[in-house]
Design a protein around this ligand. Structure first.
Ligand code: ATP
Ligand code: MG
Length: 258
């Protein structure tokens, strides 16, 4: 049987700022087409790991492979070619406040493609309609809600039809209904783009609704203490910290364990 290589392989990655080791020996595969969740307490290194996976922060040790190709042991041209295939929604969201939604989404298109202005405008409208923001081209970020900003950020992340979508806390600050809508949107975008999704989140509803696979980074030991399907880890994780994290709120929820 021929097994498909993973979309991403993270191998023995150590993340450090000078002497401060954030995580060590992080190893996992992300399979093509899955939604992979990075979990852990605040400050454990989730965003830092993401930055090392997208080519923004060189690991102190280890390597990240895309389809078998090393990301860090490559020249700048090869690395930026690999990065061109990635769509990213940063934790801060960071739309340019002085630009309209259309201008925000047009930025990566004018930077990385030779499309004419008219074709860029068409692509921008298509991406905005994919995230349910058709008709909002001329709005400024300050004129739309928090949930709409997240969706606009997603539209920008998918501007270049990425193979892999990286989302850092996409539903942070959203109410449960907007958060559920965002989950549905992530599933729709994965299907529309045929993409793989890597998502940092602590939102349990989201983790269980759309997460296929996961790693849990521990802030105290600075290592991965669990990995696998989060629905299974909820009951089976060897480390109580992981079970507690995944069973938060179960005690007080109606119908929860008592
Ligand atoms: N540029 C930097 N320089 C020095 N230390 C940093 C830098 N960025 C992050 N750190 C440190 O690395 C650790 C992990 O930070 P990181 O932002 O990755 O955490 P996180 O898991 O994403 O947290 P949160 O859930 O709050 O977003 C923290 O101790 C942080 O202080
Ligand atoms: Mg973070």
């Amino acid at each position: 049987m021929i097994t498909e290589p993973p979309a991403i392989a993270v191998k023995d990655v150590t993340l450090a700022f000078d002497d401060n080791v954030v995580q060590r020996d992080v190893t996992f595969d992300v399979r093509r087409g899955e939604i992979f969740v990075i979990m852990g307490a605040s400050g454990c290194g989730k965003s830092t790991l993401l930055r090392s996976m997208i080519g923004l922060l060189r690991p102190a040790a280890g390597e990240v492979f895309y389809g078998g190709q090393a990301l860090w042991d490559a020249d700048d041209v090869q690395r930026s070619e690999a990065q061109r295939r990635l769509g990213i929604l940063f934790q801060s969201g960071a739309l340019w406040s002085s630009l309209t939604l259309a201008e925000n989404i047009a930025l990566p298109l004018s930077q990385y493609t030779r499309l004419k202005a008219r074709d860029i405008a068409r692509m921008v409208s298509l991406k905005l309609s994919l995230v349910g923001l058709g008709g909002f081209e001329e709005y400024y970020p300050a004129e739309i809600s928090g949930g709409m900003k997240k969706r606009a950020g997603l539209a920008r992340a998918i501007a270049l039809d990425p193979d892999i979508l990286f989302l850092d806390e996409p539903s942070a600050g959203l109410d449960p209904i907007s958060s559920k809508r965002l989950d549905d949107l992530i599933l729709e975008l994965r299907a529309a783009l045929g993409a793989t999704v890597v998502m940092v989140t602590h939102e349990l509803s989201s983790i269980f609704a759309i997460g296929d696979d996961s790693v849990f980074l521990d802030a105290e030991t600075h290592t991965v203490i669990a990995q696998g399907d989060p629905k299974r880890l909820r009951a089976d994780a060897a480390d109580a910290k992981v079970r507690d994290f995944l069973n938060r709120g179960v005690m007080d929820a109606p119908g929860g364990r008592s």
